[in-house]
Design a protein around this ligand. Sequence first.
Ligand code: GLU
Length: 423
Amino acid sequence: MLRFAPSPTDDMHIGNLRVALFNYICSRQREEPLLIRIEDTDKERNIPGKEEEIFAILALFGIEYQEQQFQSNNLRFHRAMALQLLQDKKAFNCFCTPETLEAKREASKEGKIAYHYDGACENLYAEEVIDNPLPFTIRLKKPDHSITVTDIIKGESVFASDEIDSFVLLNTDKSPTYNFACAVDDMLADVSLIIRSEDHLSDTPKQIAIHEALGYTKKVEYAHLPLIIGDDTISVKWLLEEGYLPDAITNYLILIENKTPIEIFDLKEAIKWFDLHTLSKDPAHFDIDKLKFINREHLSGLDPKELSRYVGFADEEIGNLAKLFLEEASTLKELRAKIGAIFAPKIVPDEYKEGFDVLRDLTRKAPHFDDYESYKAYLMEHSGLKEENLLKPLRLLLSGAEHGPEMNDLYTHIKNFIKEVAK
Ligand code: GLU
């Protein structure tokens, strides 16, 4: 089993989507199921509706999964496991108040020594625990050995027992901490490979310590993905609104800081050759120009009818027309603006106004011309305009812009709508 475990606390960012994509690809390659676990135990930070957004994005990107869970439904397992750890003396009740802990933390800071839990409640007598009316947390006893995390991308990292520390498993309200819920849920789901972002690397020894304390011996593999710098400002929703295709975003996220056999591909192809081992250890920088280039490549590869639908029409010719603008436009939003300008009432600078009106009226009355040269010859003959005086207002009439693709190409794709363009 592989799993993608998003928190419904924020918009989905490209870093999260990358984690989801890599989990999906590896689940396919290993022929293991994929679990989507919504980590919704942090009630204060949950944002209503975010989980639906997450599922919608997964569907849009073709990320199929076999199981779906809400972590808050597993609370009874978290509590049962905490109880077992208490009984096995692998965990203990801690009555230290937040104020006491904070004071000790401050003292360490002043003494310039790293703060560690001082074991104040680790060896209380049973009566001291049972008779104590104060709220308590449950802490795991820190391991008596260091823990080595072997990561497919980062190699080995060794964490000393003090670094892992006696950390909290259950809060005073009996809710699990992130590390505890995650370690228990991964164990219960029999997860074999955990792919997640690098900011969780320091959590991994804690989660391994929990597995060890619970007597869970399965060798779980880990891959912590380097961060994408700038990711926190780039939500998937925003990219989609800007008109980047899911296929292009997928292509970009698989390509960056990776060695891929080709530059432009889709998810299905990537499943054939993707290898976590070829990913760089270094963080990637989000590069919008590269994404634009990839988006253009995917847009130009689209079936014209499909592209036409994306820009708000249902005509193959409009799809071909849109492709003409891929030199200057990189996103669907930009393409929609270009195509929209062709059919919208035109704003004409004063210097071209006269010529524009003449050409527009002529075009409205003109017979159908199959090729641009005949259409142009007709306009020249009836307007008396030529060269710049003809071409500048004509371009405005046909495209709503002063610059753009070759007129000949433009005409080829709009000739069947010419009356509408000149309306
Ligand atoms: N819920 C965590 C997050 O969104 C995921 C942690 C994990 O994959 O273990 O960052």
